[in-house]
Design a protein around this ligand. Structure first.
Ligand code: TNX
Length: 548
C-alpha cells in the first residue's frame, strides 16, 4: 500500500513537472552583444504558435522550417509555420506568433535582433543568414524537455547581436582518416549550433586522397586506400587493415548544399606541393624519382612531393582545381602549402633545370629550392585568379612571395599571422596553440585517448586574443577571423571527433563572436552548462574536464 502510494506520488510529481511553467533562458553560448531582459510579461510558446516568414523567400522559408524543428527537438512542442503576404504589417502578424523578417537597417550582414514581448516574437536580420544566427540563439535559449509541456514561457527581452569576426571556422581532416558523409554533416551541424560559418575541408594527404577527380580516376582507385595503418605513433607495428574511402563529386555537392542551407561556406583544401604521397602512388610520374610510391601507413612529413620540373605537374594541378572549382562555390580555394621538404628537388635534374630557367638564386636565408615553392605557388595563384578564385594557404606561403590578395592561415602560432597582417595580407588565425583540437585538453593524460601531444584546455582556447597588441588598426582589420583545426592522425571514430571538439568549440565561438571586454571565463562556464544539455540531448561524446 505504502509502495503504491509512493509511486502514485512520483507519477503526480512527474506530470506536474510537465505541466509546470517551463521558461527559456538567454544565457547562451556565444553570448549575444546585448541582452536586455525585462520583467514585463513574456511570450507564451505553445502548439498554437506559428513561425511566420515572408512569402516567396526560399531562404526565409527554410529558416522557418529549421526553427520549427529546433522547437520540437528542444521542447517536444510541435509548431506550424506559414508565410506572410508581402503587404501584411509586422505588428499584426507577430501577434501570438514568431515572425522572421528582414531589416535592412541592421548594419552587419550577419547581425540580428530578437524582440520578445507578450504579444509575439520577432527575429530580424539584415540577411537570411543573420536571421538564421538569431534562430540559433533562440534555439539555445529553450529548455531541453523530455516530456511535452503545455507552454514554454519566453521572458520579455531585446537581444541585439553581431559577430566580432566575419570568418568563423572549423577544419576537419578527412584524409588521415576517412569519415562518412553523415559524420561530415554532423560536423556541419556542430558548426551551425556554435554560430560559425566556415567549414574548411582537408581532403588530400599522404595517407589518402578523398575527392573524386574525373580526369584522374586513379586518385580514388589507388590513392583513397591504404593497406594498413601504423599502430600508435609510428610504432613500426602495422594493423594490416585496409582503410580508406572518398567522396564522389555528387556527395561533395550534397555537402556543399547541406552547409549552404545553414549559411556555411565549405572551403576545400587540396594540399600541395607536399603531403602528396597518395597522389604520387596513383600517378608516380608526378614525382621527381618516378616512384614506386605507396599511400602512407605512417604519420609525418615525407620527402616525396610533386616534381616542380615537369609541366605535367601543372597540368595535373590545373585539372584537379578545375573540377574542385566546379563543385565548391566558395571564393577561396585552400592550397595547403605546408611542410614541403626540398630533399628531392635538390637532387632532381628537372627541378634544377627549372631553377636555372627561372633564374632562382638563393637569397635572404632562402635556398633556391625554397624559391621553387614560390614559383609553383604563384603559378597556381595566377591560375586561380583567372578562374575568379582567391587563394588561401598555410603560413608557409609567407615564403612564397604570393600576391597580397592571397590569405594566410596562421598555424605556427599567431606570429606569422601578425606578420602577414603587417604586410597587408588578410589572415585567418588558427595557431596550433591553442587552436589545434587534435592536441590534448588536459595535462593529466593517463586516461586520455592517445593524441599527438600539446595541451590546449578550454580556458586556453577561451583566452586567445586574435589581434596582437602591436597591430595598428589598419593592420588589425586584416584579421578576418579565427578557426580551430581537427587533424585526425589519432582520431578514427565519430565519437572521438566529438570528444576533441566538445566543448572547446564553445570556447572558440566566444572568441569569434565576443568583443574582448565582454569575455568572462567564469560566466562562460555557467552558460556552457546549459549548452551541454543540448550536447547530451544529441548523445554527443563530450570531454568532461570543465564539468567535473
Ligand atoms: C601540422 S598544420 C600539420 C598537419 C598535422 C598537424 C598535427 C599543418 C598545416 N600541417 O599536417 O596533421 O600538424 O597537429
Amino acid at each position: 500500500m505504502k509502495k503504491h502510494f509512493l509511486s502514485l506520488c512520483m507519477t503526480c510529481m512527474l506530470s506536474m513537472g510537465a505541466l509546470m511553467a517551463q521558461v527559456a533562458n538567454y544565457d547562451v553560448v556565444p553570448l549575444p552583444q546585448t541582452v536586455n531582459q525585462s520583467s514585463a510579461p513574456g511570450f507564451v510558446l505553445n502548439e498554437n504558435t506559428k513561425v511566420v516568414c515572408p512569402e516567396g523567400n526560399a531562404d526565409m522559408h527554410r529558416n522557418a522550417h529549421f526553427l520549427c524543428d529546433y522547437i520540437t527537438e528542444m521542447t517536444q512542442l510541435k509548431v506550424g509555420h506559414q508565410s506572410m503576404p508581402a503587404k501584411a504589417k509586422v505588428a499584426q502578424v507577430a501577434k501570438g506568433n514568431i515572425l522572421l523578417t528582414l531589416d535592412p537597417k541592421i548594419k552587419n550582414v550577419e547581425g540580428y535582433t530578437i524582440n520578445v514581448t507578450a504579444t509575439g516574437v520577432v527575429i530580424s536580420g539584415q540577411t537570411p543568414a543573420g536571421v538564421f544566427l538569431g534562430i540559433q540563439t533562440l534555439r539555445k535559449s529553450l529548455p531541453v524537455l523530455k516530456e511535452k509541456p503545455q507552454n514554454v514561457t519566453l521572458p520579455a527581452v531585446n537581444i541585439v547581436d553581431e559577430p566580432r569576426y566575419a570568418y568563423r571556422g572549423m577544419m576537419l581532416d578527412c584524409a588521415r582518416h576517412f569519415f562518412t558523409v553523415d559524420m561530415v554533416k554532423e560536423y556541419i551541424d556542430l558548426i551551425a549550433l556554435h554560430g560559425m560559418n566556415r567549414f574548411h575541408w582537408h581532403l588530400t594527404e599522404d595517407q589518402g586522397w578523398r575527392i573524386e577527380i574525373k580526369q584522374y580516376p586513379r586518385l580514388t582507385e589507388v590513392g583513397a586506400w591504404r593497406s594498413g595503418t601504423t599502430v600508435g605513433k609510428n610504432s613500426g607495428i602495422d594493423d594490416g587493415v585496409r582503410h580508406g574511402g572518398f567522396y564522389t563529386q555528387d556527395e561533395c555537392r550534397e555537402i556543399v548544399k547541406y552547409a549552404a542551407d545553414r549559411y556555411i561556406t565549405v572551403i576545400p583544401e587540396i594540399d600541395m606541393p607536399g603531403h602528396m604521397l597518395a597522389a604520387l602512388a596513383s600517378y608516380p610520374e608526378l614525382g621527381c624519382t618516378g616512384g614506386p610510391y605507396e599511400v602512407s601507413h605512417n604519420w609525418g612529413v615525407f620527402p616525396d612531393v610533386l616534381c616542380m620540373g615537369k609541366e605535367d605537374t601543372f597540368k595535373f594541378i590545373e585539372g584537379v582545381l578545375d573540377e574542385v572549382i566546379s563543385i565548391f562555390p566558395s571564393e577561396y580555394v585552400h592550397i595547403g602549402g605546408d611542410e614541403c621538404p626540398r630533399t628531392r628537388w635538390a637532387e632532381c635534374p628537372l627541378c634544377q633545370k627549372r631553377i636555372a630557367e627561372e633564374g632562382l638564386v638563393a637569397q635572404e636565408g632562402r635556398s633556391k629550392e625554397d624559391l621553387l615553392q614560390g614559383y609553383f605557388t604563384r603559378r597556381v595563384e595566377k591560375y586561380l585568379h583567372e578562374k575568379g578564385k582567391k587563394l588561401i594557404g598555410w603560413d608557409e606561403l609567407l615564403n612564397c612571395n604570393v600576391d597580397l590578395s592571397s590569405t594566410i592561415m596562421s598555424w605556427h602560432g599567431a606570429e606569422p599571422g601578425a606578420k602577414a597582417a603587417k604586410l597587408g595580407h588578410d589572415v585567418i588565425m588558427s595557431p596550433n596553440k591553442p587552436m589545434y583540437f587534435d592536441h590534448y585538453q588536459t595535462d593529466n593524460i593517463s586516461h586520455e585517448p592517445l593524441s599527438i601531444g600539446g595541451n590546449e584546455t578550454v580556458k586556453d582556447v577561451y583566452s586567445f586574443e586574435p589581434v596582437a597588441a602591436d597591430l595598428a588598426a589598419d593592420q588589425a582589420k586584416h584579421i578576418l577571423g579565427v578557426q580551430a583545426n581537427l587533424w585526425t592522425e589519432y582520431v578514427a571514430y565519430p565519437h572521438h571527433i566529438e570528444y576533441q571538439v566538445l566543448p572547446r568549440m564553445a570556447a572558440l565561438a566566444e572568441v569569434q563572436w565576443l568583443q574582448p571586454a565582454k569575455k568572462d571565463y567564469d560566466a562562460f562556464l555557467g552558460r556552457l552548462k546549459r549548452l551541454k544539455e543540448i550536447y547530451d540531448m544529441h548523445n554527443w561524446t563530450v570531454a568532461q574536464h570543465v564539468f567535473r
